[in-house]
Ligand binder design. Structure first.
Ligand code: NAP
Length: 272
């Protein structure tokens, strides 16, 4: 596994984390596959995944409960757990409650990285960031970050926040390249980690991009998912959080960190 510095903090985090959206339900809890979900999470942990991405929104909190069950027999320090507050919980009254409830569901007494899941223009960003900073000072969240913040809003958040914003988690993959002109260079310049979500684009790729990926994958005897992930984490300050529930997918993604693309391959992928 490759490790990357989290937002200039010196904390090293795995460049490939585990996404968990739809584990334990979508917006509401789905208890029907609990055994399978816990099995999936335990398998991932045994494989070596320690960076786990979740949110209070996932399965209406049930995803965090399942993660809590899966991690309880391991040492807490092993994990880098990321969770997020939904936009209706960003006030100074609601946010501490969200953090408390997430910790309770996860069965932990701190969260490694806590994010604003989406911006909410109806709640002053200053209020949310002040609350997050206060929670960080209490030690119950170790680092603060944001998600789905475009470049101008991230810049504003960095300027307002008394504690460093160490991460922006955004949509980024071989086809969705919106972060590249402004957000990514800003993150790189300011040592902010850019976490690429939906890094595999749920494998819905246009034909021409798939063909280019396949050519490279065949050359290295790897899957196209591995090429997509290796291309992402090859970039300075970028980490990725693919979601996988099938054993082979999980393994594939974890091992993508071992794939070294040539400069020509990176350039080709950059240009498509
Ligand atoms: P994704 O990771 O791009 O794709 C997941 C899909 O790809 C699953 O159907 C999975 O199948 C399949 N897959 C995974 N590895 C594969 C492989 N090696 N070969 C073939 N298929 C593979 O999409 P995502 O779940 O949207 O994004 C990942 C994570 O990012 C989420 O789970 C969540 O944690 C986070 N996220 C955050 C936000 C945000 O607003 N901050 C938004 C979206 C997502 P199986 O499950 O069947 O293995």
């Amino acid at each position: 596994m490759i490790y990357k510095d989290l937002g200039g903090t010196g904390i090293m985090i795995p460049a490939i984390g585990l996404g968990t959206w739809q584990i334990g339900g979508r917006e509401d809890p789905d208890y029907s596959n609990d055994n399978e979900a816990i099995n999936t999470l335990e398998t991932a942990i045994e494989m070596g995944y320690t960076h786990i991405d979740t949110a209070e929104h996932y399965g209406g909190g049930h995803c965090e409960e399942l993660i809590g069950t899966a991690i309880r027999n391991f040492s807490r320090e092993k994990f880098f757990i990321v969770s997020k507050a939904w936009p209706n919980h960003l006030s100074n009254i609601d946010l501490p409650k969200s953090v408390e409830k997430s910790m309770e569901r996860l069965g932990v007494d701190y969260i490694d990285l806590y994010l604003i899941h989406w911006p909410n223009p109806e709640i002053p960003l200053r209020e949310t960031l002040k609350t997050l900073s206060d929670l960080k000072k209490l030690g119950i969240i170790k680092n603060i970050g944001v998600s789905n913040f475009e470049y101008p809003l991230l810049k504003e958040a960095v300027e307002i926040s008394s504690e460093p914003i160490v991460c922006d988690q955004v949509l980024y993959n071989i086809e969705d390249r919106e972060p590249e002109p402004y957000l990514l260079p800003y993150c790189q310049k300011n040592k902010i980690t850019l976490t690429a979500y939906t890094p595999l684009r749920r494998l819905t790729l246009t034909e021409s991009i798939r063909l280019n990926l396949e050519k490279i994958a065949i050359r290295h005897d790897v899957s196209i998912s591995q090429v997509m992930l290796a291309w992402l984490i090859n970039k300075e300050n970028v980490v990725a959080i693919p979601k996988a529930s099938k054993f082979q997918h999980m393994k594939d993604n974890f091992e993508a960190a071992d794939l070294i693309l040539s400069q020509e391959e990176v350039q080709l992928l950059d240009s498509i």
